[in-house]
Design a binder for this molecule. Structure first.
Ligand code: ADP
Length: 265
């Protein structure tokens, strides 16, 4: 079916995101350099790359938290630089820091936004909170305060809170950073399974190779503001492009005398 603003992508809730020739500079440094790609409805799409590659800037541009110098971003054909579009698409973001209210319980954190914005009546909010807690296996800590939870659990609460508005587009900002490997694997699995319950498009900004390999359906590898390669994780892993391998398979120069001396390589 045609993807036009009047007819936003068939009858799916999940949205299509089109990034079209987007460029952005900070103080003469081009941090996004003519970036174009399309994220399909329902995809789990990973934007990865080294620090400073422009991932966060692009993510902020998608959700209209950042102005760009050139180009367009469209969500189901609608202008992503208009707040109304995000209201319509129920865009939600799981920020790296989580942004939970420390003085509210887990349950209260989940209900806070819909209550403040009177999105639903009281009974519906309670039902949605209970449902979301169940989906994310958080029922046991509904009455706990965020400070009583581990980093991984707090991340799950942050994800649960973003799901309350039933997003059609959900973005994750470095969801596994600052987590131990077990918690990181758990959060990765949670993100991968959410699609069974929610018809939405997920964009995950991350430098976590494990995450990209296990749940990314397609991955855009960014470097110096450009898309170095966009393909499935498998194709990326098979690539022999030096820019790709430099990120995916970083090697230590064993010929460095200091390295030899210290580690008897
Ligand atoms: P990534 O998320 O891949 O680490 P960013 O998008 O955060 O990369 O940053 C890309 C580049 O833009 C970096 O060199 C960073 O220092 C620069 N940058 C990001 N935000 C700003 C800003 N508000 N002002 C100036 N430079 C910025």
């Amino acid at each position: 079916m045609a993807n036009t603003p009047e007819n936003p992508v068939d009858d799916r809730r999940a949205v299509r995101v089109e990034i079209d020739r987007v460029s952005k500079s900070y103080n003469n440094q081009r941090v996004l350099d003519d970036v174009s790609f399309t994220i399909e409805p329902g995809e789990i799409f990973v934007i990865m790359g080294p620090s400073g590659a422009g991932k966060s800037t692009l993510m902020r541009a998608i959700v209209n938290l950042e102005k760009v110098d050139e180009g367009e971003i469209r969500i189901n054909g609608l202008d992503a630089f208009k707040q109304q579009t995000h209201k319509l698409m129920h865009t939600a973001i799981v920020f790296q820091a989580g942004g939970l209210f420390n003085s509210l319980t887990v349950e209260e954190n989940l209900g806070f936004y819909p209550r403040e914005h009177r999105l639903y009546d009281r009974k519906t909010i309670n039902e949605k909170v209970a449902y979301t807690l169940r989906i994310l296996n958080l029922e046991g800590c509904a009455d706990k305060m965020p400070s009583q939870l581990s980093g991984g659990m707090r991340k799950r609460v942050a994800i649960a809170r973003s799901l309350i508005i039933e997003p059609r587009l959900l973005l994750f900002d470095e969801p596994t950073s600052e987590l131990d490997p077990v918690s990181a694997a758990n959060i990765t699995e949670v993100i991968g399974t959410l699609r069974e319950e929610y018809d939405m498009t997920s964009i995950v900004v991350s430098h976590d190779r494990e995450l990209a390999a296990s749940i990314g359906e397609r991955v855009a590898l960014m470097g110096s503001g450009k898309v170095v390669m966009l393909d499935t994780p498998q194709k990326l892993a098979e690539s022999e492009d030096p820019e790709v391998t430099a990120f995916l398979k970083p090697s230590i120069n064993c010929n460095n005398p200091r390295f030899r001396q210290n580690l008897a390589c």
